[in-house]
Design a protein. Structure first.
Lengths: 103, 103
DNA sequence: TTGACAAGTAAGCAGTAGCTTACCTATTAT
DNA sequence: ATAATAGGTAAGCTACTGCTTACTTGTCAA
């Protein structure tokens, strides 16, 4: 399983774009890779990272493989970041005030 | 400014812990570094990454430097991740359903 | 059945990340 | 003035990342 880290998985902009594309629909690797200027093996390797982080799953159909987004691991990121949300929403906290004073 | 990437900045678990510690209060580097088993220069280097990502700011007081959290860059991460929130909250979407079917 | 195509893996390479020890600078204390 | 302290920077090392090209495997089409 190799169970990679989600934070690390989404730290790369290419992988974030892959996730974005998959949020619209399931896609074959070729379709996924189309807009990228990178070699297809590079994409395969990024997909491996996403797979290991549990962010995507593959369905084989003939000689194609369809990737589908599996968002649950993103929840960890969401939860971690949400903890700080109040600092930019609640301007009454010390840090929030500091924020306002310093542009 | 060197304007580092926030996603990359928080991809390291040590840096996330630093951010967590700073969310409670402003801290000097020594105070910050106390619970870590790493050398202090290592911490300084992590702080530089956080600084470049705009996540912390320093205030000098005598020979100490107090680091303070500056959360605004986290908003980018929050926004990006929030876009996928509906996939685990709204179980009616295709991907949400898929999620339910596959444990 | 021969070839084209989809996608993955392997090997190799340059660049960077994360750590260490050693050193430097500024401030405080004796 | 001397030494201790806070913290940063530099150099160097290992390990990992992200890419490439070359090769492999499985599937479909002529």
């Amino acid at each position: 399983m190799a169970h990679g880290d989600v934070f690390q998985a989404i730290s790369d902009p290419t992988r974030r774009r892959l996730v974005e594309r998959l949020s619209r629909s399931e896609l074959s690797v070729n379709a996924l890779a189309r807009p990228f200027r990178m070699s297809r093996p590079a994409i395969s390797q990024h997909l491996r990272v996403l797979r290991r982080a549990g962010l995507v799953r593959v369905r084989r159909a003939g000689r194609e493989r369809y990737y589908r987004l599996y968002v649950l691991p993103l929840r960890r990121v969401h939860d971690w970041v949400s903890h700080y949300e109040r600092f930019w929403k609640d301007k009454l906290t010390a840090l929030g005030k500091y924020l306002e004073e310093t542009p």
